[in-house]
Write a protein that binds this ligand. Structure first.
Ligand SMILES: N[C@@H](CCC(=O)N[C@@H](CS)C(=O)NCC(=O)O)C(=O)O
Length: 205
């Protein structure tokens, strides 16, 4: 059976949600991160999750590849859109935006400034500037969500499964990030989904 390697509270949560949404027969395997002993190193040389290991041993990494791959296991699923359609490109566009602007340029720099400068004296400055960058990126998504429930079309897609990861993280960032009304509505709708509840329960057990 294929295996999805995840970690608690990590960006692998979106792929876990997609597995639950589609009822895919994939084992979800929780691993520790940032530990030399973690089994993730034998799967992904970067030591990162998510990583999807197929039955034949082939490994797929990166949310931008794993999320579409999982959806394509169930052709015609409303979680994605047909090859060649504008909706499919829009869904991929949001996954790209979230992965680069929200995760890499935003959260990673806020949480791990040491990856961007070896000088501890610069870390507070990196945190502050990247929090501003993150705020602008979140505001863009909040504006897009005004008057709509989900990112693309009128249904939950793999882009929403992925956005939900960061919307949960954003809710812990404090008062500067509390006033995004559309995003707050999105978070409630996301958390109300049976797939999200099941994935949360499995990741915290
Ligand atoms: N670009 C990758 C990022 C993956 C990533 O950074 N995963 C984090 C968890 S959110 C991780 O495994 N961190 C452990 C580490 O960097 O050592 C993706 O979108 O799949």
């Amino acid at each position: 059976m294929s295996k999805l390697f995840i970690a608690r509270e990590a960006c692998s949560f979106g792929a876990h949600v997609v597995i639950r949404e589609l009822g895919l027969p994939i084992d979800v395997v929780r691993v520790p991160l940032r530990s030399a002993e973690s089994p993730i190193h034998a799967v992904n040389p970067l030591g990162r999750v998510p990583a999807l290991q197929l039955d034949d041993g082939v490994v797929i990494t990166e949310n931008s590849a794993i999320l579409p791959y999982l959806a394509d296991l169930q052709p015609g699923t409303p979680l994605f859109a047909p090859a060649g359609s504008a909706e499919r490109a829009q869904i991929q566009g949001w996954i790209g935006y979230i992965g680069t602007e929200i995760h890499a340029a935003g959260f990673r720099q806020v949480n791990r400034p040491e990856r961007y400068s070896a000088d501890p004296a610069t870390h507070d400055g990196i945190r502050q500037q990247s929090a501003r960058t993150l705020h602008a990126a979140v505001a863009h998504i909040d504006r897009h969500l005004q008057g709509r429930d989900w990112l693309v079309g009128d249904r939950f897609t793999i882009a929403d499964a992925y956005l939900g990861v960061f919307v949960r993280w954003i809710s812990r960032l404090g008062p500067d990030f509390a006033g995004f009304d559309a995003l707050n509505r999105f978070r409630e709708a996301y958390l109300a989904r049976a797939s999200v509840q099941a994935a949360l329960a499995a990741e915290t057990e």
